[in-house]
Design a protein around this ligand. Sequence first.
Ligand SMILES: [Zn+2]
Length: 380
Amino acid sequence: MRAMRTMRFQISDCRFQIGDEERKARKGRKVVFCFAVFAAFAFFTVAQPPSVLRAFGEPRRSESGGGAFRPAVTAAPQDTPDAHRAAAKAAAGREFAGLYSRVCLEPAAPASTTTAQRGQRGQPPAERQIPPRDRWYTEPVKVFDNLYFLGTKEHGSWAVATTDGIILLDALFDYAVDSEVAEGLQKLGLDPRKIKYAIMSHGHGDHDGGAKYLQDRFKARIIMGEPDWELTSRNSRDPVPQKDLVATDGQKVTLGGQTVTLYLTPGHTAGTVSTLIPVTDGGRPHVAAEWGGTAFSATTPAEQLRTYISSAQRFRDVASRAGADVIITNHTAFDGTLAKLDALKNRKPGAPHPYVLGTEGVKRYLTVAEQCAKAALASR
Ligand SMILES: [Zn+2]
């Protein structure tokens, strides 16, 4: 109807212009001109190719308000496993090949091997094996002016240093927290007794196993999503922290003038928390995003996959609006953390920061997660 009204307006407009007897000779040219105008309007208002709408500022669906759970990037692939995997692979490029491999390829493993099924059969989980230190230990690294990597070779733990103490993201396995977090901070000239908050991305032992240690030794306040406080309370393999602060969506944790923002992004677990962290590099501001829970299995229920997809889409939009241009992870394989930390050591003054990917890079990371979950869902 909008198109028809527009066309009628143009017809009357043109009739008025060509009604002058004295300009009959120019009538033909004007008719041609009016047809050109009609054709152009028909193109813009009826055909509406997406590229034209974008070029002329049509808001993306994801920015149109109330649409926090809608996709944000380009044309959607067909709803088949192969098409979603291809979209994920394209988004991953070389940078996120580890993420693509883990979430797009490994969920295809036989369902009989999953933890969920073992649990259903009532078998107790095997005792936690502590690997030899040289298999997991790696040195702490200052990555931004205010952000430090304290993880193992496999898992990420990050410290945000402020003038009033430290905000920690994730606590690693219990066996690693003392060496990597407490000693790591000291090696970097920071005081682990100043850890005020420790935010757990989710309640699995490789991320929150060290939380009880931080609570007992440094009186750190532990923050976790409500469902994951419940999840971790049932963990029989790792030390369980006493229930403390419950993360809420959009919650701001402020210390020493710095604020990190938490988002509830259920999917990997029901209480997964993702985080945005303002950082600086030589005083230049950036925003880092951490996707709190990543993997799923071949037997992850369809409803949980749908939740995961919504969370990935939503956090991609949130991160994009916040101008997030850095991805940090809690599993080093997903983004090639160890290679980036190496590159950082050899960074020449004034050279680009290996962690600064730009806002498109951050969106691509979350698109890989989203599309791999869609591939898993489409294969059901
Ligand atoms: Zn996990």
